[in-house]
Design a protein around this ligand. Sequence first.
Ligand SMILES: Cc1cc2nc3c(=O)[nH]c(=O)nc-3n(C[C@H](O)[C@H](O)[C@H](O)COP(=O)(O)OP(=O)(O)OC[C@H]3O[C@@H](n4cnc5c(N)ncnc54)[C@H](O)[C@@H]3O)c2cc1C
Length: 435
Amino acid sequence: MSIDSSDTESPVIIVGAGIAGLTCAVYLKQAGIHALVLEASDGVGGRIRTDQVDGFQLDRGFQILLTAYPEAQRLLNYSALNLQSFRSGALIHDQNQWLTLVNPLQEPTAVFQTLASSVGTIGDKLRIAELMRRTQGSSTDELFQQKPSTTRSFLREFGFSDQIIERFFRPFFGGVFLEDALSTSSNFFEFCFHMFFKGEAAVPANGMGAIPAQLAERLLPGQIWLNRPVEQVNGNTVRLVDGKTLTAKAIVLAVDGAQAAALYSGSDRENGKPFQPAFNQTTCTYFSAPKSPSPVNAKKLLMLNTQAHSVVHHLAVMSDVAPTYAPEGHSLISVSTQNLPNLAPIDHTTLASQIQQELSGWFGDEVQHWKHVRTYTIPDALPAYNPEQAGENVLRQPLQLIEHLYQCGDHTAYPSINAAMQTGREVAEMITHRL
Ligand SMILES: Cc1cc2nc3c(=O)[nH]c(=O)nc-3n(C[C@H](O)[C@H](O)[C@H](O)COP(=O)(O)OP(=O)(O)OC[C@H]3O[C@@H](n4cnc5c(N)ncnc54)[C@H](O)[C@@H]3O)c2cc1C
């Protein structure tokens, strides 16, 4: 990775080395424009980072790349990422029984298993096929231009039964949105549904952090300054916390909405101010186990829990999907918890033992041999995206705030890697055009 902290003159300064800021810098470089990237933390990736702990690869929160994301296909080198895919579908734990739902497009032979399962009614399964046809016939822009409702209302209006909503849609998409009420906008739901069915859910062999690392490697030595938090942006000037000031012809705020609003507060506002959505939170607890708990015929499927208000929302055996996630002879299990009433302070040891106790009911006594590796609580995981803000005129936030000042990131569009990349690219194109 090409990172140091030597001084440089740049026409563009990008604040934030998350996916949006890195994408913007890469496209600017392709257009022959040098951008200096200032990052507050000690590494690139923002909300996508992977820690190496005792031979395990721990993503900071359970996270996947949907290979059908158009922006990811456009920019990333998938084969260099050595993507490892989940099976498309889910294994659902419902009142002491297991139900299986698989994607008939990817596993036609399993279609009868899915049809016979009691995840939903036969009508529900036909409606899934109808929803697949409907979303396939629309472009990403068209999906986002529809008048949204909440995902829950959309599913009801589409005719889905409460049975499939509670057994599949709530646990599965509640895990995608990081909220179980399914109050997230239906156009984001349709986009995600389409992406899940069109491509695969995957992780790079070296962890999700390999995605931002691949982008950072395309930049020049010295182009990213780490541990350099920005304090304020005023006019064409950026002031760092360490007192240094830098000027540029264009400045890009590639930080979250709250940070963007704080940095921009000293500036003279013209087009509006950065939008600050609330965040949905999540907690991810990792365990090492002597063997994978997945049933043999369900390896690589995400496991969902239909029981709301449980410490286990969903579970993935990461080392089944990507053996590089765990050292030889160990399995790595990721358990996501949502709706913890109060995140701070949280006692990770107690949470881990509650999870183990609950999962003993799923997998038996072997769970007592699991070892707690680490827990990540992420209060600022995903910007909430509800129908009111996704409605007319606020579908997308303006990417140009004032003449020389731009913003990008998932809070300016919708909460996903694809949106962070899309807005990063669009800002790069606007700057290229202007400079
Ligand atoms: C647990 C979790 C699970 C997720 N699951 C998925 C998933 O499965 N699929 C999917 O598509 N998306 C998922 N996402 C969302 C996805 O990770 C984000 O949409 C994306 O990473 C946002 O990128 P960004 O560049 O907009 O913002 P960020 O990643 O937040 O980057 C902002 C950067 O700005 C830096 N910064 C902030 N303030 C300053 C400052 N003052 N000075 C300098 N630098 C600053 C930050 O340190 C950070 O590096 C998930 C996110 C989380 C946390």
